[in-house]
Design a protein around this ligand. Sequence first.
Ligand code: NAP
Ligand code: ZN
Ligand code: ZN
Length: 360
Amino acid sequence: MAEKSYEEEHPTKAFGWAARDQSGVLSPFKFSRRSTGEKDVRFKVLFCGICHSDLHMAKNEWGTSIYPLVPGHEIVGEVTEVGSKVEKFKVGDKVGVGCMVGSCHSCDSCNNDLENYCPKMILTYSTKYHDGTTTYGGYSDSMVTDEHFVVRIPDNLPLDAAAPLLCAGITVYSPLRFFNLDKPGMHVGVVGLGGLGHVAVKFAKAMGVKVTVISTSPKKKQEALERLGADSFLVSRDQDEMQAAMGTMDGVIDTVSAMHPILPLISLLKTQGKLVLVGAPEKPLELPVFPLIMGRKIVGGSCIGGMKETQEMIDFAAKNNITADIEVISMDYVNTAMERLLKTDVRYRFVIDIGNTMKI
Ligand code: NAP
Ligand code: ZN
Ligand code: ZN
């Protein structure tokens, strides 16, 4: 049997930008989306953030990419159609979709609102959906998603600056809560002041936590302190500064996207402190064991968050006026934006204005 073309696979035409190979270069791509199923929400994509994971995936740095690959998992838009059994949404609602669009709904993780840890979790792009077809992300004109994986965007949040909350926001909010680093008076370090890092500062501050940014970029210091509200700033390559801060932190959230030593970060922790890795470099990091043993310290990881917690995070953001600091770009700027992201040249998240600039 001849394989159907991407445009004929499903009944509804769709348009996006896709990477075709490991160069990661994106270009226009015609494909199709399924009809609106009874539990599906169809929406017009208005904005989509550019997460560093999009860059890792476009270049197949984690070895799991399926090409053509339409990235994008910080997606917001307006509902255009709902299936007959959809309960939470109606046409016209402002909604968002993050990193996942499916799970098994029956394992322990799913039963505990932790769909993000379901062994059968289906990612928003480059994963096989229940029907066997490949998922495509938000660098596209429309989305069709099971309502379970759709969140409501509260009215007071601007859609463009809220988009990055769908991945960057939940990825830092969840470990602050889970690892009990959300108590007023605690001291938390945030490593890497990029998309994830800058919203981590905002969430931790809103929780009443003292925040220190640990960065390779001295030029970000003033902004971190004055605009983002961090309490202090360490340049990770400045040994004296790092030395002076040793043993002072209850927790450290590491958002770094590239290879880097974690011994200096473990040294920043108090006895029984926790280093939580959320950045996902392509190669394993070296784990020094003695400093952990000698301080009963913990190294952990965390992956986005479950759907219930994602809605809770968005509502917390709305209540505390937390959004991302963004640079809005047009669709045809995406390849330049990816190059700049790799050089950490963004304050602090690119968001694509899909609604106005996605043209066939
Ligand atoms: P980003 O905006 O590029 O930020 C990463 C930051 O890391 C940079 O701004 C930079 O901060 C720092 N950095 C970059 N290269 C470095 C190096 N060689 N050494 C030390 N620091 C360096 O990326 P992002 O979108 O926030 O994503 C960060 C990482 O988290 C990526 O690996 C992404 O795939 C991963 N991620 C994980 C999850 C999850 O569920 N666990 C979810 C989303 C993303 P400074 O300039 O301040 O040093
Ligand atoms: Zn992401
Ligand atoms: Zn499951």
